[in-house]
Design a protein around this ligand. Structure first.
Ligand code: URA
Length: 243
């Protein structure tokens, strides 16, 4: 279910504000009846018309971006910072990121205009594995690593069990490179998990999202998902929600 003005805006007919005006002006019909109220919600099977012309839904599109550091996971920024959709200026559909990576985090990010798909992937029940590689200050002890693995207490609750692997450590510089695999997607989760065990994250990259990796892309590079990959994600989500 989507709000009528959103459906009209997403189809590229008018901005959200103008779509509201079209509704109030009585120029919009749903299933043949004029609708003048703004609260109405419609499903994809409802027939929406503006001035008697059917509103077609946007064709769904799915992209993978290797987000560089110093880019916002957003569609616009009032401070003029670079945003992830700047890499898709040639795409006419209104795409947005599925979840977010911090401004200073690089790595794999999906973008789509398919709200249902985005919700499916972001649903907490849907245990999509995310693999992060973090450069941390100090060299975590066995105890700290076990703690990360079992789950650490954060202000929004204990984290679910994770997988931890030390990729390298530099005794002289007192830094370590650690791979952390988690299923959850809380705000700044990886940084907060390391902070909870006393290690500040200096650099963070998401290497994998579900079965997708960055293979061959460099920072700022992007590609469309294949139809098969989209299906694979839907199947993964179904499996974990049991639907
Ligand atoms: N965890 C973080 O701390 N930051 C991210 O960008 C992603 C996961």
């Amino acid at each position: 279910m989507e709000r009528l003005q959103k459906v009209i805006a997403h189809a590229g007919v008018a901005s959200r504000r103008k779509a509201e005006q079209l509704i109030v002006d009585g120029r919009v019909k749903v299933n043949g009846k004029i609708v003048k109220e703004l609260g109405v919600k419609v499903t994809p099977s409802d027939k929406v018309e503006v001035d008697g012309i059917p509103v077609e839904g946007e064709e769904p599109v799915y992209f993978l971006l290797y987000k560089p550091r110093g880019v916002l996971s957003s569609v616009a920024d009032d401070k003029g910072r670079k945003v992830v959709t700047d890499y898709f200026e040639h795409v006419k559909q209104r795409i947005y990121p599925v979840g977010r990576l911090d401004y200073d985090t690089s790595g794999l990010l999906l973008l789509t205009n398919d709200g249902e798909f985005a919700n499916l992937l972001m649903h907490p029940r849907n245990e999509i594995e995310k693999v992060y590689v973090a450069k941390v200050k100090g060299i975590p002890s066995k105890e700290s690593l076990n703690h990360l693995q079992r789950g650490v207490r954060l202000e929004d609750g204990k984290t679910a069990p994770a997988r931890v692997k030390v990729l390298s450590s530099d005794k002289q510089k007192q830094t370590a490179i650690i791979e952390l695999t988690i299923h959850e997607g809380r705000n700044r989760q990886v940084r907060r998990m390391f902070e909870a065990v006393g290690h500040q994250v200096q650099k963070l990259k998401r290497e994998r999202y579900g079965f997708l990796q960055l293979n061959g892309l460099s920072a700022g590079g992007a590609r469309e998902l294949t139809a098969h990959e989209v299906k694979q994600f839907r199947a993964l989500a179904k499996k974990s929600t049991g639907k």
